[in-house]
Design a protein around this ligand. Structure first.
Ligand code: HEM
Length: 369
C-alpha cells in the first residue's frame, strides 16, 4: 500500500507484542496480569511525554532571559503536564479492578522488580528538582541498591544538570528589585504586615464569643505568625531556616515569589504568577498520585512488603509526605496580606519589571500607573 500506514507509523508491531505474561511462562496464565502490564506500559508512555515537556521547559529557562513568548510556551506545557497527571491519577481506578486475591496469582513472580525501578518516574522527579539530598533515607538507599549500573549512570548524570526548581530559583533571584528609586518595598510591606496583625489582634480581643483562655491561645498563635514574617524579611534568619531545610529558594527568590503573588493583578506579573502557580499545581498533583497509589497499595497488599523490598504502604506514605519539590510555594500563603494593605508601586519599578519580563513597556518619566 502506498504512503504511510497507520500501524507502521505507530510501530504497533512492537507495542502490541510487548505483553509477555510471567504467569504464562510459569505454565498458568493469570488473567489479570495482562491489565497489570498494560496499565504500567500506559503509565510509562505518559511519563515519557511528561519528561519530554519538562525537558523543553528546562531548556527555556536555561537560555538566560525568559522572553514573554517563551514564558507562554512554558506555561502551556505545564498545563499539558497537569492534564496528563489527572489521567495518571484516574488510571489507578483501572488497576484497582484487580482484586488482592487475583493479584496474588502473579505477585510473587515479579520479585524483585518494582515500580520503584521506573527510571522515567525518577527522571521526572529529578527534572522537577527532587535531587538526592532532598529524598527520604530509604528512597536514597534503594536508589543505589535496586537499579542497574546503566540506569544509575543515566540518573546520576541528570542530577548534575539544572532542575526546574534550581532554574526557577535562579530566574526569581535575578528579578530586578526591590529597593528602587528610594522606594524600599520590604519596609513598606513590613509596616502593612504590622497593621494587619494589629487589626487581627483587635478582632480577637473584642470577640465576645471567645473565653480569655481562647483569646490568649489565638494571640499566641498570631505572635508566632509575626515571628515567621520577621524571619522571612530578615536575610540571615531566613538563611538559617533554609539550612534547616524549611526553604529551598534563596532569600531573594523567595521574596520575588512573594512579590509576584502579592502583585499578580499587575498585567506584567500575571505570567510569572501563572507559572509559579502551575509549578505548585504539578507538585500537588504528583503528591495526589503518590497518595492514591499508596492507598491502592494498602488495599492490595495490606501490610505485606513490596516486591521491591520496601515496607510497602509505610514507605509510600513517607514519600508522599516528604518527597515534595516546591516547598517554598506551599509556604507562601502565610505571608500574604489583603490587597487593600499593599504598598502602591512606583512607576519606575513597574517599568523595570516590564523590561525584565519581556521588555514591552515604554519608559515614561516618574509616573505612577
Ligand atoms: C497492583 C498494583 C500495584 C502495587 C501492588 C504496587 C506496589 C508498590 C510498592 C509496594 C511500591 C514500593 C516499592 C516496593 O517495595 O516495591 C511501589 C512503588 C512504586 N510504584 Fe507501584 N504498585 C502498583 C501499581 C503501580 C502502577 C500502575 C504504577 C505506574 C507506573 C506504579 C508505580 C510505582 C512507582 C513509580 C513507585 C516508586 C514510588 C516511590 O519510590 O516514591 N505502581 N509500588
Amino acid at each position: 500500500m502506498a504512503g504511510i500506514y497507520y500501524g507502521d507509523y505507530l510501530q504497533l508491531d512492537k507495542m502490541l507484542n510487548a505483553q509477555d505474561l510471567e504467569s504464562a511462562k510459569h505454565g498458568k496464565a493469570a488473567h489479570d496480569e495482562m491489565l497489570f502490564i498494560i496499565t504500567h506500559q500506559a503509565y510509562e508512555l505518559w511519563f515519557k511525554q511528561i519528561a519530554f515537556e519538562l525537558h523543553s521547559i528546562i531548556e527555556i529557562f536555561q537560555s538566560g532571559k525568559v522572553e514573554n513568548k517563551r514564558m507562554g510556551q512554558a506555561i502551556h506545557r505545564l498545563e499539558r503536564i497537569k492534564e496528563i497527571q489527572r489521567v495518571l491519577i484516574q488510571q489507578i481506578d483501572v488497576i484497582e479492578t484487580i482484586t488482592p486475591l487475583d493479584f496474588l496469582e502473579f505477585r510473587d513472580l515479579l520479585v524483585p522488580a518494582s515500580g520503584f525501578q521506573s527510571i522515567q518516574f525518577k527522571q521526572i522527579e529529578i527534572q522537577l528538582g527532587l535531587k538526592r539530598h532532598y529524598r527520604i533515607n530509604a528512597d536514597r538507599e534503594f536508589f543505589h541498591s535496586r537499579l542497574t549500573e546503566a540506569d544509575l549512570t543515566f540518573l546520576n548524570d541528570l542530577e548534575e544538570r539544572p532542575s526546574l526548581l534550581e532554574l526557577s530559583d535562579r530566574w526569581l533571584d535575578q528579578m530586578p528589585f526591590l529597593d528602587f528609586e528610594g522606594f524600599e518595598f520590604w519596609k513598606a510591606y513590613g509596616k502593612a504586615v504590622e497593621k494587619m496583625l494589629a487589626s487581627d489582634r483587635k478582632i480577637i480581643e473584642s470577640n465576645p464569643t471567645l473565653t480569655d483562655r481562647e483569646k490568649e491561645y489565638q494571640i499566641n498563635d498570631m505572635n508566632q505568625t509575626k515571628v515567621r514574617f520577621g524571619s522571612v524579611l530578615d536575610e540571615s534568619k531566613f538563611n538559617k531556616l533554609r539550612e534547616e531545610g524549611q526553604f529551598r529558594f534563596s532569600h531573594q527568590a523567595f521574596l520575588a515569589t512573594l512579590f509576584v503573588n502579592l502583585y499578580r493583578d499587575e498585567p506584567i506579573l500575571y505570567s510569572p504568577f501563572r507559572f509559579l502557580t502551575l509549578l505548585a499545581d504539578v507538585d500537588e498533583l504528583f503528591t495526589n498520585w503518590r497518595q492514591r497509589h499508596a492507598t491502592m497499595v494498602q488495599r492490595m497488599l495490606g501490610t505485606k512488603i513490596g516486591t521491591g523490598g520496601s515496607s510497602g504502604h509505610d514507605y509510600l506514605s513517607e514519600t508522599t509526605r516528604q518527597n515534595r519539590v516546591f516547598i517554598d510555594l506551599l509556604k507562601l500563603s502565610t505571608f500574604l496580606i489583603p490587597r487593600e494593605d499593599l504598598p502602591v508601586l512606583p512607576g519606575g519599578l513597574k517599568r523595570e519589571l516590564g523590561f525584565y519580563f519581556g521588555g514591552e513597556l515604554e519608559p515614561r518619566a516618574g509616573d505612577y500607573y
